[in-house]
Design a protein around this ligand. Structure first.
Ligand SMILES: Nc1nc2c(c(=O)[nH]1)N[C@H]1C(S)=C(S)[C@@H](COP(=O)(O)OP(=O)(O)OC[C@H]3O[C@@H](n4cnc5c(N)ncnc54)[C@H](O)[C@@H]3O)O[C@H]1N2
Ligand code: MOO
Length: 396
């Protein structure tokens, strides 16, 4: 049995990024850059107005009621060849080229116009007022986004504005899910005696999809050694990571551990000092990583978020791989006994956290409405309302 911190350390130590691939920028959303991307030109590439108003020479505005003739117009998409003579103004719009010779834009709310003459009601006017200068955002040749950057919607927009069309990113892992348990029935079928609907695979596929991991296949094995070995082997050939659920405890029909031994996977750890999710197993062979999650649905999902997801993110090149973690005051007292750290399904709102009713490892009802987990180490077995506790935010 290892501690939570040791289990996380071993996952980090044993996991590296996968190979890279080239994707269009649009397809690369949610991926991680494998190489720096340089700006091939400056942004803005020309001096732009950031307001609708009048382009002027700022030194022409020497008092509060200067009047200037409006001699021409610069609109967005229009030519940047216009130039401003001292003592005149040019009508201009947001995003339009600032004419040569103009050093400021007066927003139109600070002006009044009559008979082609604009009265400027702003004084003094600073140089570059409402002007976006060339390279103000980024200069040609600079690193626009460095390797290991996560491609968020903001990043996709930024790169597209720089006319970047393709990027090299780390590929995401292919996942095989192995469901074990003879008591499990697919939804839609009738439940027999002692049977339950199989829900872990749907839950894990949903969590993987949320992470942008779509190359996922699900196999079902009978509770026997040969079937478990065969399924593990087949899934391993076709995927990078195999995630098994169920059959990893000490019962007579728990075959996942034995099957992993048979295929000579090296156990990196088995059992973590935590509740729920104690029987978590992580093993690897030359080409694959294997996570055997406990069958209890809430245990499975806690282990997925705390260990498997961070590992899959590392494989995808992402270094900020664990759930975002911070301390928040808990809204109520809570205590527990025993020697295992606890993860509690919880709800964060109004800058505090509340653990939810129904923390048992078979129960998903609380998970269904949780947006966070509270992590309480055994050193923090009695907390009082207002105490700071560690909160891990779930990806919703
Ligand atoms: N003698 C001991 N018994 C158990 C121990 C122990 O240390 N000693 N650990 C307990 C803990 S903690 C956990 S967690 C479970 C884990 O057991 P398994 O991983 O072997 O899971 P199963 O026995 O196959 O199933 C547990 C539970 O979850 C339901 N289940 C399983 N798979 C699914 C699925 N795909 N969809 C929905 N529900 C599923 C299953 O029906 C069981 O109710 O072991 C304890 N026992
Ligand atoms: O570790 Mo088990 O997940 O407590 O029920």
């Amino acid at each position: 049995m290892v501690t939570v911190a040791e289990a996380k350390r071993r996952i980090t130590e044993n996991t590296i990024a996968l190979s890279t691939e080239v994707k269009t920028v649009q397809e690369a959303s949610g991926y991680v850059l494998a190489k720096d991307v340089l700006a091939t030109f400056s942004l803005p590439s020309f001096r732009q107005s950031s307001m609708d108003g009048y382009a002027v020479l700022h030194t022409d505005i020497t008092n509060e009621n200067i009047s200037l003739p409006v001699v021409s117009e610069s609109k967005a998409g229009g030519t940047s060849k216009l130039s401003l003579e001292p003592g005149t103004a040019i009508r201009i719009f947001t995003g339009a080229p600032v004419p040569a010779g103009a050093t400021a834009v007066i927003m139109q709310e600070r002006t009044s116009v009559e008979n082609g003459v604009v009265m400027i009601k702003e004084f003094p006017v600073a140089e570059n007022l409402n002007v976006r200068n060339v390279g103000q955002q980024i200069r040609e040749g600079d690193i626009a986004l460095s390797a290991a950057s996560y491609l968020s919607a903001g990043a996709i927009g930024f790169l597209t504005g720089l006319n970047v069309q393709e990027v090299e990113v780390f590929r995401k892992p292919k996942i095989g899910i192995l469901v074990t348990g003879d008591e499990l029935v697919k939804t839609g079928e009738e439940l027999g005696d002692g049977q339950v609907y199989e829900s872990n695979s749907a839950m894990l596929v949903a969590a993987l999809t949320k992470e942008g991991i779509n190359d996922v296949e699900v196999f079902y094995a009978q509770d026997d050694l040969t079937s478990t070995i065969n399924s593990l082997e087949l899934l391993a050939i076709r995927n990078d990571v195999v995630i098994a659920t169920g059959g990893v405890s000490v019962g007579d029909y728990d075959y996942v551990g034995k099957a992993l031994e048979s295929i000579e996977a090296e156990t990196i750890f088995y059992k973590v000092r935590q509740k729920p999710g104690k029987p978590l197993l992580f093993a690897k062979t030359k080409g694959n990583h294997f996570y055997a999650l406990p069958g209890n649905p809430a245990s499975s999902l806690v282990c997925f978020y705390e260990y498997v997801l961070p590992a899959l993110r590392l494989m995808s090149g992402r270094n900020d791989n664990f759930l975002p973690s911070f301390k928040l005051p808990i809204s109520h007292a809570y205590s527990f006994n025993g020697e295992r750290d606890e993860f509690l399904k919880a709800s964060v709102s109004n800058a505090q956290v509340t653990s939810l009713e129904g923390q048992e490892s078979f129960a998903l009802r609380s998970f269904a409405v949780a947006n966070a987990l509270i992590y309480l180490p055994v050193t923090q077995q009695n907390v009082y309302a207002g105490d700071l506790v560690e909160v891990h935010l779930l990806p919703l």
